[in-house]
Design a protein around this ligand. Structure first.
Ligand code: GUN
Ligand code: ZN
Length: 429
Protein backbone atom coordinates (compact mmCIF):
# COMPACT_ATOMS: atom_id res chain seq x y z
CA UNK A 1 0.00 0.00 0.00
CA UNK A 2 3.04 2.29 0.18
CA UNK A 3 2.49 3.37 -3.40
CA UNK A 4 -0.96 4.81 -2.73
CA UNK A 5 -0.95 8.58 -2.42
CA UNK A 6 -3.82 10.94 -1.78
CA UNK A 7 -3.17 14.43 -3.16
CA UNK A 8 -5.39 17.06 -1.58
CA UNK A 9 -6.10 20.59 -2.80
CA UNK A 10 -8.57 22.32 -5.07
CA UNK A 11 -9.30 20.09 -8.03
CA UNK A 12 -10.56 20.91 -11.50
CA UNK A 13 -11.50 18.38 -14.16
CA UNK A 14 -13.94 18.04 -17.06
CA UNK A 15 -16.91 15.80 -17.79
CA UNK A 16 -17.29 17.23 -21.30
CA UNK A 17 -16.18 19.97 -23.68
CA UNK A 18 -17.11 23.39 -22.24
CA UNK A 19 -17.37 24.84 -25.79
CA UNK A 20 -20.21 22.37 -26.42
CA UNK A 21 -21.60 21.54 -22.98
CA UNK A 22 -21.04 24.87 -21.24
CA UNK A 23 -19.63 25.45 -17.77
CA UNK A 24 -21.46 22.39 -16.46
CA UNK A 25 -18.72 20.37 -18.18
CA UNK A 26 -16.23 21.53 -15.54
CA UNK A 27 -16.07 19.99 -12.08
CA UNK A 28 -14.35 22.02 -9.33
CA UNK A 29 -13.85 21.02 -5.71
CA UNK A 30 -12.60 23.63 -3.25
CA UNK A 31 -11.43 20.81 -0.96
CA UNK A 32 -10.89 17.91 -3.29
CA UNK A 33 -8.36 15.24 -3.99
CA UNK A 34 -7.06 12.57 -6.29
CA UNK A 35 -5.95 9.10 -5.28
CA UNK A 36 -2.87 7.92 -7.18
CA UNK A 37 -1.54 4.38 -7.20
CA UNK A 38 1.32 3.08 -9.34
CA UNK A 39 1.17 6.02 -11.73
CA UNK A 40 -2.59 5.86 -12.31
CA UNK A 41 -5.39 7.99 -10.87
CA UNK A 42 -7.86 5.71 -9.10
CA UNK A 43 -10.35 8.19 -7.71
CA UNK A 44 -11.22 11.90 -7.81
CA UNK A 45 -13.62 13.55 -5.40
CA UNK A 46 -14.19 15.61 -2.28
CA UNK A 47 -11.28 15.34 0.13
CA UNK A 48 -13.41 14.13 3.06
CA UNK A 49 -14.85 11.24 1.01
CA UNK A 50 -11.43 10.14 -0.22
CA UNK A 51 -9.88 10.32 3.25
CA UNK A 52 -12.69 8.14 4.61
CA UNK A 53 -12.45 5.64 1.77
CA UNK A 54 -8.64 5.35 1.76
CA UNK A 55 -7.52 5.88 5.35
CA UNK A 56 -4.23 4.03 4.76
CA UNK A 57 -3.12 6.27 1.86
CA UNK A 58 -0.15 8.53 2.32
CA UNK A 59 -1.39 12.13 2.08
CA UNK A 60 0.17 15.12 0.31
CA UNK A 61 -1.72 18.30 1.10
CA UNK A 62 -1.27 20.98 -1.56
CA UNK A 63 -3.32 23.49 0.43
CA UNK A 64 -5.04 26.04 -1.82
CA UNK A 65 -3.10 24.78 -4.84
CA UNK A 66 -5.27 23.89 -7.84
CA UNK A 67 -4.70 20.33 -9.03
CA UNK A 68 -5.34 20.00 -12.78
CA UNK A 69 -4.15 17.64 -15.48
CA UNK A 70 -0.67 18.34 -16.81
CA UNK A 71 -0.70 20.57 -19.87
CA UNK A 72 -0.59 18.96 -23.30
CA UNK A 73 1.27 20.90 -26.00
CA UNK A 74 -0.08 19.61 -29.30
CA UNK A 75 2.54 21.09 -31.66
CA UNK A 76 6.14 22.16 -31.03
CA UNK A 77 9.63 21.96 -32.49
CA UNK A 78 12.05 21.00 -29.73
CA UNK A 79 15.08 21.67 -32.01
CA UNK A 80 14.05 25.35 -32.14
CA UNK A 81 14.67 25.84 -28.41
CA UNK A 82 17.90 27.75 -29.12
CA UNK A 83 16.36 30.16 -31.64
CA UNK A 84 13.15 31.05 -29.77
CA UNK A 85 12.46 34.80 -29.83
CA UNK A 86 14.44 35.55 -33.00
CA UNK A 87 13.57 38.98 -34.31
CA UNK A 88 11.83 40.43 -37.27
CA UNK A 89 11.03 37.80 -39.93
CA UNK A 90 7.95 36.23 -41.41
CA UNK A 91 7.56 32.51 -41.97
CA UNK A 92 9.69 31.69 -45.02
CA UNK A 93 12.48 34.14 -44.11
CA UNK A 94 12.32 33.01 -40.51
CA UNK A 95 12.78 29.38 -41.57
CA UNK A 96 15.72 30.21 -43.83
CA UNK A 97 17.43 32.72 -41.53
CA UNK A 98 17.06 31.14 -38.12
CA UNK A 99 15.44 27.72 -38.17
CA UNK A 100 17.26 25.77 -40.85
CA UNK A 101 20.80 26.73 -39.71
CA UNK A 102 19.93 25.67 -36.15
CA UNK A 103 18.22 22.43 -37.23
CA UNK A 104 21.40 21.52 -39.17
CA UNK A 105 23.18 21.07 -35.83
CA UNK A 106 21.02 18.09 -34.82
CA UNK A 107 23.06 15.69 -36.93
CA UNK A 108 25.30 15.72 -33.86
CA UNK A 109 23.71 13.31 -31.37
CA UNK A 110 25.42 14.94 -28.39
CA UNK A 111 23.95 18.33 -29.30
CA UNK A 112 20.51 16.78 -29.86
CA UNK A 113 20.74 15.07 -26.43
CA UNK A 114 21.65 18.34 -24.75
CA UNK A 115 18.80 20.35 -26.29
CA UNK A 116 16.21 17.57 -25.88
CA UNK A 117 16.94 17.36 -22.14
CA UNK A 118 16.96 21.11 -21.69
CA UNK A 119 13.71 21.45 -23.64
CA UNK A 120 11.84 18.76 -21.68
CA UNK A 121 13.00 20.30 -18.40
CA UNK A 122 11.60 23.67 -19.54
CA UNK A 123 8.31 21.93 -20.28
CA UNK A 124 8.11 20.28 -16.86
CA UNK A 125 8.92 23.59 -15.17
CA UNK A 126 6.02 25.09 -17.12
CA UNK A 127 3.58 22.32 -16.18
CA UNK A 128 3.59 20.59 -19.57
CA UNK A 129 3.69 16.81 -19.21
CA UNK A 130 3.02 15.82 -22.84
CA UNK A 131 4.20 17.35 -26.10
CA UNK A 132 3.85 16.40 -29.75
CA UNK A 133 7.10 17.59 -31.32
CA UNK A 134 8.72 17.81 -34.68
CA UNK A 135 12.36 16.70 -34.66
CA UNK A 136 14.79 17.47 -37.55
CA UNK A 137 15.54 15.42 -40.65
CA UNK A 138 18.22 13.57 -38.66
CA UNK A 139 17.26 10.24 -37.09
CA UNK A 140 19.68 11.17 -34.27
CA UNK A 141 17.34 14.01 -33.30
CA UNK A 142 14.47 11.54 -32.91
CA UNK A 143 16.47 9.05 -30.85
CA UNK A 144 17.71 11.90 -28.63
CA UNK A 145 14.20 13.20 -28.02
CA UNK A 146 12.56 9.88 -27.19
CA UNK A 147 15.51 8.89 -25.00
CA UNK A 148 15.31 12.15 -23.02
CA UNK A 149 11.53 11.70 -22.61
CA UNK A 150 11.98 8.08 -21.46
CA UNK A 151 14.49 9.24 -18.82
CA UNK A 152 11.74 11.51 -17.47
CA UNK A 153 9.00 8.92 -18.05
CA UNK A 154 7.04 11.51 -20.08
CA UNK A 155 4.29 10.59 -22.53
CA UNK A 156 5.45 12.21 -25.77
CA UNK A 157 4.73 12.06 -29.46
CA UNK A 158 7.32 12.96 -32.10
CA UNK A 159 8.70 12.14 -35.50
CA UNK A 160 11.49 12.73 -37.96
CA UNK A 161 10.77 15.89 -39.97
CA UNK A 162 10.92 15.04 -43.66
CA UNK A 163 12.12 17.54 -46.32
CA UNK A 164 13.50 16.74 -49.75
CA UNK A 165 13.35 20.14 -51.44
CA UNK A 166 13.45 23.88 -50.72
CA UNK A 167 15.78 23.35 -47.79
CA UNK A 168 19.55 23.90 -47.68
CA UNK A 169 22.25 21.31 -48.32
CA UNK A 170 22.64 19.14 -45.28
CA UNK A 171 18.99 19.49 -44.38
CA UNK A 172 17.36 17.40 -47.08
CA UNK A 173 16.52 13.73 -47.21
CA UNK A 174 14.93 11.96 -50.20
CA UNK A 175 11.54 10.36 -50.74
CA UNK A 176 13.10 6.94 -50.20
CA UNK A 177 15.32 7.80 -47.22
CA UNK A 178 12.46 9.67 -45.53
CA UNK A 179 10.30 6.55 -45.88
CA UNK A 180 13.05 4.17 -44.77
CA UNK A 181 14.26 6.25 -41.80
CA UNK A 182 10.72 7.07 -40.65
CA UNK A 183 9.75 3.41 -40.87
CA UNK A 184 12.78 2.29 -38.90
CA UNK A 185 12.23 4.94 -36.20
CA UNK A 186 8.52 4.13 -36.05
CA UNK A 187 9.24 0.43 -35.61
CA UNK A 188 11.73 1.20 -32.86
CA UNK A 189 9.87 3.87 -30.91
CA UNK A 190 6.12 3.63 -31.51
CA UNK A 191 4.33 2.41 -28.38
CA UNK A 192 7.65 1.84 -26.64
CA UNK A 193 6.91 2.84 -23.03
CA UNK A 194 5.15 6.20 -23.20
CA UNK A 195 6.38 7.13 -26.70
CA UNK A 196 4.29 7.43 -29.85
CA UNK A 197 5.82 7.89 -33.28
CA UNK A 198 4.26 10.54 -35.53
CA UNK A 199 4.79 10.54 -39.30
CA UNK A 200 6.06 14.06 -39.99
CA UNK A 201 6.27 15.72 -43.42
CA UNK A 202 7.25 19.30 -42.50
CA UNK A 203 4.87 20.96 -45.02
CA UNK A 204 4.11 20.69 -48.73
CA UNK A 205 6.71 23.24 -49.90
CA UNK A 206 9.61 21.22 -48.50
CA UNK A 207 8.46 17.88 -49.88
CA UNK A 208 8.25 16.65 -53.46
CA UNK A 209 5.04 14.92 -54.49
CA UNK A 210 7.09 11.69 -54.41
CA UNK A 211 7.98 12.25 -50.77
CA UNK A 212 4.40 13.05 -49.77
CA UNK A 213 3.29 9.91 -51.58
CA UNK A 214 5.90 7.77 -49.80
CA UNK A 215 4.84 9.13 -46.40
CA UNK A 216 1.17 8.63 -47.33
CA UNK A 217 2.02 4.96 -47.98
CA UNK A 218 3.84 4.70 -44.64
CA UNK A 219 0.78 6.11 -42.89
CA UNK A 220 -1.54 3.68 -44.70
CA UNK A 221 0.74 0.86 -43.54
CA UNK A 222 0.68 2.20 -39.96
CA UNK A 223 -2.81 3.65 -39.47
CA UNK A 224 -2.40 3.55 -35.71
CA UNK A 225 0.16 6.40 -35.91
CA UNK A 226 -0.64 10.08 -35.98
CA UNK A 227 0.60 12.23 -38.89
CA UNK A 228 1.57 15.87 -38.27
CA UNK A 229 2.30 18.74 -40.61
CA UNK A 230 1.58 22.46 -41.20
CA UNK A 231 -1.38 23.92 -43.07
CA UNK A 232 -2.30 27.43 -44.25
CA UNK A 233 -0.20 29.43 -41.83
CA UNK A 234 0.61 32.51 -43.96
CA UNK A 235 -0.92 33.83 -47.16
CA UNK A 236 2.37 33.95 -49.12
CA UNK A 237 3.06 30.36 -48.04
CA UNK A 238 -0.32 29.35 -49.53
CA UNK A 239 0.53 31.08 -52.82
CA UNK A 240 3.87 29.25 -52.89
CA UNK A 241 2.15 25.91 -52.28
CA UNK A 242 -0.35 26.48 -55.08
CA UNK A 243 2.54 27.37 -57.42
CA UNK A 244 4.42 24.19 -56.50
CA UNK A 245 1.30 22.00 -56.85
CA UNK A 246 -0.59 23.53 -59.80
CA UNK A 247 -3.07 20.66 -59.94
CA UNK A 248 -4.14 21.12 -56.30
CA UNK A 249 -7.57 22.63 -55.53
CA UNK A 250 -6.20 24.20 -52.35
CA UNK A 251 -3.44 23.69 -49.77
CA UNK A 252 -5.20 20.78 -48.05
CA UNK A 253 -5.50 19.03 -51.40
CA UNK A 254 -1.69 18.71 -51.55
CA UNK A 255 -1.99 16.39 -48.53
CA UNK A 256 -5.28 14.78 -49.51
CA UNK A 257 -3.96 13.77 -52.94
CA UNK A 258 -1.12 11.78 -51.37
CA UNK A 259 -2.96 9.98 -48.57
CA UNK A 260 -2.01 12.53 -45.91
CA UNK A 261 -5.51 13.49 -44.82
CA UNK A 262 -7.21 11.46 -42.12
CA UNK A 263 -8.70 11.30 -38.67
CA UNK A 264 -5.28 10.89 -37.13
CA UNK A 265 -3.91 13.89 -39.02
CA UNK A 266 -2.73 16.92 -37.04
CA UNK A 267 -2.66 20.17 -38.97
CA UNK A 268 -0.75 23.00 -37.31
CA UNK A 269 -1.96 26.62 -37.65
CA UNK A 270 -4.89 26.16 -40.13
CA UNK A 271 -5.58 29.89 -40.19
CA UNK A 272 -6.47 30.83 -43.77
CA UNK A 273 -8.74 27.92 -44.69
CA UNK A 274 -11.05 27.77 -47.71
CA UNK A 275 -14.62 26.52 -47.17
CA UNK A 276 -13.78 23.22 -48.89
CA UNK A 277 -10.82 22.69 -46.61
CA UNK A 278 -12.88 23.35 -43.47
CA UNK A 279 -15.62 20.97 -44.61
CA UNK A 280 -13.18 18.23 -45.54
CA UNK A 281 -11.21 18.51 -42.27
CA UNK A 282 -14.45 18.28 -40.28
CA UNK A 283 -15.71 15.37 -42.42
CA UNK A 284 -12.67 13.23 -41.74
CA UNK A 285 -12.45 14.31 -38.09
CA UNK A 286 -8.89 15.61 -38.44
CA UNK A 287 -7.33 17.71 -35.67
CA UNK A 288 -6.39 21.36 -36.05
CA UNK A 289 -3.80 22.88 -33.76
CA UNK A 290 -4.03 26.49 -32.65
CA UNK A 291 -0.59 28.03 -32.10
CA UNK A 292 -1.47 31.51 -30.84
CA UNK A 293 1.89 32.91 -29.68
CA UNK A 294 3.44 31.78 -32.96
CA UNK A 295 0.64 33.23 -35.06
CA UNK A 296 1.14 36.66 -33.52
CA UNK A 297 4.94 36.44 -33.25
CA UNK A 298 5.52 35.47 -36.92
CA UNK A 299 2.57 37.62 -37.99
CA UNK A 300 0.52 34.78 -39.46
CA UNK A 301 -3.07 35.70 -38.63
CA UNK A 302 -5.98 35.12 -36.27
CA UNK A 303 -7.22 31.53 -35.89
CA UNK A 304 -11.02 31.27 -36.05
CA UNK A 305 -11.62 29.31 -32.83
CA UNK A 306 -15.32 30.11 -32.53
CA UNK A 307 -16.11 29.35 -36.17
CA UNK A 308 -14.12 26.12 -36.25
CA UNK A 309 -15.41 24.85 -32.89
CA UNK A 310 -18.97 25.48 -33.99
CA UNK A 311 -18.14 23.64 -37.23
CA UNK A 312 -17.36 20.59 -35.10
CA UNK A 313 -13.59 20.55 -35.61
CA UNK A 314 -11.25 18.84 -33.19
CA UNK A 315 -8.90 21.52 -31.92
CA UNK A 316 -5.79 21.39 -29.77
CA UNK A 317 -3.65 24.16 -28.33
CA UNK A 318 0.10 24.50 -28.71
CA UNK A 319 3.16 26.65 -28.15
CA UNK A 320 4.76 25.97 -31.57
CA UNK A 321 8.12 26.64 -29.90
CA UNK A 322 10.32 28.30 -31.38
CA UNK A 323 8.01 30.07 -33.91
CA UNK A 324 5.94 30.46 -30.78
CA UNK A 325 7.56 32.81 -28.30
CA UNK A 326 7.13 30.73 -25.16
CA UNK A 327 7.46 27.25 -23.66
CA UNK A 328 4.40 27.92 -21.49
CA UNK A 329 0.86 26.72 -22.10
CA UNK A 330 -0.33 29.45 -19.69
CA UNK A 331 1.14 31.99 -22.09
CA UNK A 332 -0.48 30.11 -25.00
CA UNK A 333 -3.88 30.27 -23.26
CA UNK A 334 -3.42 34.02 -22.74
CA UNK A 335 -2.59 34.54 -26.41
CA UNK A 336 -5.57 32.38 -27.44
CA UNK A 337 -7.75 34.61 -25.28
CA UNK A 338 -6.34 37.77 -26.89
CA UNK A 339 -6.83 36.41 -30.41
CA UNK A 340 -10.40 35.47 -29.45
CA UNK A 341 -10.93 39.06 -28.32
CA UNK A 342 -9.57 40.42 -31.62
CA UNK A 343 -12.11 38.18 -33.40
CA UNK A 344 -14.96 39.22 -31.10
CA UNK A 345 -15.08 35.92 -29.17
CA UNK A 346 -13.49 35.98 -25.72
CA UNK A 347 -12.75 32.44 -24.58
CA UNK A 348 -13.82 31.50 -21.07
CA UNK A 349 -11.20 30.35 -18.55
CA UNK A 350 -12.83 26.90 -18.58
CA UNK A 351 -12.47 26.71 -22.37
CA UNK A 352 -8.83 27.80 -22.20
CA UNK A 353 -7.88 25.22 -19.56
CA UNK A 354 -9.86 22.54 -21.40
CA UNK A 355 -8.00 23.33 -24.63
CA UNK A 356 -4.62 23.09 -22.89
CA UNK A 357 -5.46 19.72 -21.31
CA UNK A 358 -8.37 17.55 -22.47
CA UNK A 359 -8.78 19.33 -25.83
CA UNK A 360 -5.16 18.85 -26.83
CA UNK A 361 -5.22 15.28 -25.52
CA UNK A 362 -8.24 14.58 -27.72
CA UNK A 363 -6.58 16.21 -30.73
CA UNK A 364 -3.68 13.80 -30.18
CA UNK A 365 -6.03 10.80 -29.68
CA UNK A 366 -4.68 10.41 -26.14
CA UNK A 367 -7.86 11.39 -24.28
CA UNK A 368 -8.23 8.00 -22.64
CA UNK A 369 -4.82 8.31 -21.01
CA UNK A 370 -3.99 11.95 -20.29
CA UNK A 371 -5.39 15.49 -20.20
CA UNK A 372 -7.91 15.05 -17.41
CA UNK A 373 -8.30 13.90 -13.82
CA UNK A 374 -10.38 10.75 -13.66
CA UNK A 375 -10.28 7.14 -12.56
CA UNK A 376 -8.06 5.13 -14.89
CA UNK A 377 -6.18 8.14 -16.28
CA UNK A 378 -2.41 8.32 -16.10
CA UNK A 379 -1.30 10.45 -13.15
CA UNK A 380 0.24 13.35 -15.07
CA UNK A 381 -0.92 16.38 -13.13
CA UNK A 382 0.21 19.74 -11.85
CA UNK A 383 -0.46 21.96 -8.89
CA UNK A 384 -1.11 25.59 -9.81
CA UNK A 385 -0.41 28.42 -7.38
CA UNK A 386 -3.20 30.93 -8.07
CA UNK A 387 -1.28 33.66 -6.20
CA UNK A 388 2.23 33.15 -7.58
CA UNK A 389 3.21 36.83 -7.75
CA UNK A 390 2.01 39.86 -5.77
CA UNK A 391 0.29 41.22 -8.89
CA UNK A 392 -1.62 37.99 -9.46
CA UNK A 393 -2.30 37.47 -5.74
CA UNK A 394 -3.98 40.85 -5.27
CA UNK A 395 -6.30 40.11 -8.20
CA UNK A 396 -7.16 36.51 -7.33
CA UNK A 397 -7.85 37.58 -3.73
CA UNK A 398 -10.92 39.44 -5.03
CA UNK A 399 -12.23 36.45 -6.98
CA UNK A 400 -15.83 35.39 -6.40
CA UNK A 401 -15.49 31.98 -8.04
CA UNK A 402 -12.87 29.59 -9.36
CA UNK A 403 -12.92 31.16 -12.84
CA UNK A 404 -12.11 34.62 -11.53
CA UNK A 405 -9.47 33.02 -9.32
CA UNK A 406 -7.73 31.19 -12.15
CA UNK A 407 -8.02 33.77 -14.94
CA UNK A 408 -5.30 36.12 -13.58
CA UNK A 409 -2.89 33.16 -13.57
CA UNK A 410 -3.84 32.34 -17.16
CA UNK A 411 -3.25 35.92 -18.26
CA UNK A 412 -0.28 36.87 -16.08
CA UNK A 413 1.21 33.57 -14.91
CA UNK A 414 4.44 31.83 -15.87
CA UNK A 415 6.58 29.01 -14.49
CA UNK A 416 6.33 30.56 -11.01
CA UNK A 417 2.67 29.50 -11.00
CA UNK A 418 3.63 25.83 -11.32
CA UNK A 419 4.01 24.62 -7.72
CA UNK A 420 4.55 21.02 -8.73
CA UNK A 421 4.56 18.79 -11.81
CA UNK A 422 3.87 15.06 -11.41
CA UNK A 423 4.62 12.59 -14.18
CA UNK A 424 2.99 9.17 -13.81
CA UNK A 425 2.54 9.93 -10.12
CA UNK A 426 6.19 10.95 -9.54
CA UNK A 427 7.09 14.51 -8.59
CA UNK A 428 9.41 15.99 -11.25
CA UNK A 429 9.20 19.69 -10.33
N1 GUN B 1 6.04 25.71 -41.42
C1 GUN B 1 6.98 24.83 -41.81
N2 GUN B 1 7.92 24.66 -40.87
C2 GUN B 1 7.56 25.44 -39.84
C3 GUN B 1 8.14 25.70 -38.57
O1 GUN B 1 9.17 25.15 -38.17
N3 GUN B 1 7.47 26.59 -37.78
C4 GUN B 1 6.32 27.19 -38.16
N4 GUN B 1 5.72 28.04 -37.35
N5 GUN B 1 5.78 26.99 -39.36
C5 GUN B 1 6.38 26.12 -40.18
ZN1 ZN C 1 5.24 24.10 -36.39
Amino acid sequence: MTNTCLHLGQTLCFDGDPFVDGLGAARHETRGGILVENGIIHAVGPSADLRAAYPWAQTVDHGDGLIVAGFVDAHAHYPQTGIIASWGKRLIDWLNSYTFPEEMRFKDRAYADEIAGQYLDFLLANGTTTVCSFCTIHPESVDAFFAAAAERNMRVLAGKTCMDRNAPDGLRDTAQSAYDDSRRLLTHWHDKGRASYVITPRFSPTSTPEQLEALGSLWAENPDCMMQTHLSEQTDEIEWVLGLYPQARDYLDTYQAFGLLGEKGLYGHAIHLEPREKDKLADVGASLVHCPTSNTFIGSGLFDMAGLKSGGHNIGLATDTGGGSSFSMLRSMAAAYEIGQLRGNPLHAAELIWLATAGSARALHQQNRIGNLGAGMEADFIVLDLASTPAIAQRSARARDIWEAVFPTIMMGDDRAINATYVAGEKRV
